[in-house]
Design a protein around this ligand. Structure first.
Ligand SMILES: [Zn+2]
Length: 371
């Protein structure tokens, strides 16, 4: 809030001499203070000066602390982006793995509702504070020309984020992130059931001024299919850097993503003994190489954890340790160093025999990442 303007002291007319002024002024001027009074006034003036200096220094330090805190906690700003509506832009360099957002849901609803969804959502909105209602209705929604009573459900359809397998949450801050496909997104959100919060981490380094983009669905599919899905579900044409590739590069990207999807499917056949442990771990290495080629860094923690699972079953201690460290590193970037996925890997890296699958298959040297 701006400071209220200070009232100016009225100035005496310059033409009145001290004598005339004394005649005009019923109060005679004060006599000069005695020396002792003068000393006391000087002391009091010095104290005032000291207090002013202390307050100034404190205020400046406080302001600088608040600024530092603000910059550390909120490393982005929400701005209007041409053709995209609002978006989130980094206001400083964001380190890979850094937490960008921690947010509690504004409201949460079950993914499957037995009662009338409009009524259920209305009840939830009624219980919100005025400020929360403003935050909710300030969110955009994809469906235009709909009856007024369906706007809340449209807001939830457009902005809702899965909060566990059975619930949908509305997170106004995280909702400001736009979407990017494959290598275009640089931030990933994850729900923490125990803490009842949504966290967003930087999947890669994000430069100051760069838009923070997340991913709304599994984009390991062709550009055509991605665009169809986004248009149907979110009513926009994706113009991310992967969707904007020239035809030849786009075809290469589509093939790369399709190969990753196929290999991921093949990897599951190790569970039913259709491929060996060595083949399974080879598949993980191939997926990793393709993800490097495409620039698709998401899910790496899970792929490395899959290799840990296989290596432990075949009692390959060194491989478990190496894949385990890699899983911790990439889970750390995507889900946070304090995530369950990272902490659950600690005892296994320390002692591979603690792995739940240890020794459940024949002994085999499946090998480490060797990337
Ligand atoms: Zn795209």
């Amino acid at each position: 809030m701006p400071n209220s303007p200070r009232k100016r002291k009225s100035q005496k007319p310059a033409t009145i001499s001290p004598l005339t002024a004394a005649a005009v002024n019923p109060n005679p001027p004060n006599p000069p203070p005695p020396i002792s009074n003068f000393k006391s006034q000087l002391r009091s003036a010095t104290y005032r000066l000291i207090i002013i200096i202390i307050i100034t220094v404190f205020t400046q330090r406080y302001r600088s602390d608040v600024k530092t805190f603000h910059d550390q906690v909120i490393p982005y700003e929400v701005v209007d982006l041409p053709g995209k509506g609002k978006g989130m832009v980094a206001i400083r360099h964001i380190q890979q793995g850094e937490r960008i957002i921690t947010e509690k849901p504004l409201l949460i609803i079950p993914q499957e509702l037995r009662e009338d969804p409009i009524q259920h959502i209305d009840n939830k909105i009624t219980s919100l504070s005025q400020e929360q209602k403003y935050e909710f209705f300030n969110l955009s929604h994809a469906h235009t020309d709909i009856p007024h009573d369906q706007i809340p459900i449209s807001i939830i359809q457009t902005n809702g984020i899965a909060a566990g397998p059975k619930q949908l949450g509305v997170f106004p801050r995280a909702s400001r992130m736009n979407h990017g496909c494959s290598s275009a997104f640089n931030a990933v959100y994850s729900w923490r059931e125990n803490e009842n919060i949504l966290v967003v981490h930087a999947l890669r380094n994000i430069s100051q001024g760069e838009e923070i983009l997340t991913v709304y669905f599994d984009t390991k599919q062709s550009r055509e299919r991605r665009r169809e899905h986004l248009l149907e579900q979110y009513k926009f044409q994706c113009t991310c850097k992967v969707c904007s590739l020239p035809p030849e590069a786009s075809i290469a990207s589509d093939m790369c993503l399709q190969q990753i999807t196929n290999l991921k499917q093949q990897l599951t056949s190790w569970e039913s003994n259709k491929i060996s442990g060595k083949e399974a771990v080879d598949i993980v290495r191939s997926i990793w190489r393709l993800s490097e080629e495409e620039g698709y860094w998401s899910e790496r923690g899970q792929w490395a954890a899959d290799a840990v699972h296989v290596a432990a079953a075949h009692s390959d201690e060194d491989a478990v340790r190496q894949w385990g460290l890699l899983a911790q590193e990439w889970f750390g970037y995507e889900l946070g160093q304090d995530s369950n996925s990272v902490t659950n890997m600690h005892p296994i890296v320390e002692n591979p025999r603690r792995s739940p699958t240890w020794g459940t298959r024949e002994r085999l040297n499946v090998g480490g990442p060797e990337l």
